[in-house]
Design a protein around this ligand. Sequence first.
Ligand SMILES: C[S@@+](CC[C@H](N)C(=O)[O-])C[C@H]1O[C@@H](n2cnc3c(N)ncnc32)[C@H](O)[C@@H]1O
Length: 221
Amino acid sequence: MSQATWNSVDDYFNGLFSLDDSVMQQVQENCRVAGLPAISVSPCQGMFLQILAQSCRAGRILEIGTLGGYSGIWLARALADNGKLVTIEYEAKHAEVARRNFDLAGVGSGVTIINADAKPALTSLIEKSVDPFDLVFIDADKPGYVDYLALSLRLSHQGTVIVADNVVRKGEVANLETDEERVVGVRNFLKALAAEKSLRTTALQTVGVKGYDGFSISVVL
Ligand SMILES: C[S@@+](CC[C@H](N)C(=O)[O-])C[C@H]1O[C@@H](n2cnc3c(N)ncnc32)[C@H](O)[C@@H]1O
């Protein structure tokens, strides 16, 4: 199997399920013009996140790693009226582009972007005793994932779904010889998930326009 095959299957699914609407195309174009890296989730993956959020009837969603708001829009579209997406991004330029994109997509009123480093931002949410989140999407720097998990658990309740992207890294996650910091970060995160008695966890390998990678999916027991 090749990248070309994965691309053509993703294209087929995008067309079949109408996943790449004009707003989402404009959002990606805005990210491209602003010079943001092309590292968002794909349309199929965005809809996967949206369906997860709808399945757990998420009214409050936490995202760590906003970029230009692409995955956040998919998630925000799952929210009922008065639902809330809180999304954390430390690059000011990314946060600015995301704000414009959330407004363009018509979900801006339900979205709070915290333009800060994720660890202090999460700690601050804990200190403020905000209501717990129903779904958490972790998609920022990989060495931070272990801390993001520990902090997210303090912002969760029984039934909260915690999803993390990029946990396979072209299969490198199973290469015990590597000392690449992102792979090590992901492996430490997966070990923490496995050791966490309050979680039920699986991980799924994915292929598509984003290459070969995968998600972990956990639920708080
Ligand atoms: C993979 S991108 C997020 C993609 C986005 N979730 C999407 O699919 O549209 C990761 C983002 O996390 C941000 N980031 C990285 N480290 C961070 C940190 N320590 N705190 C907050 N944001 C961080 C990066 O600036 C980048 O915009």
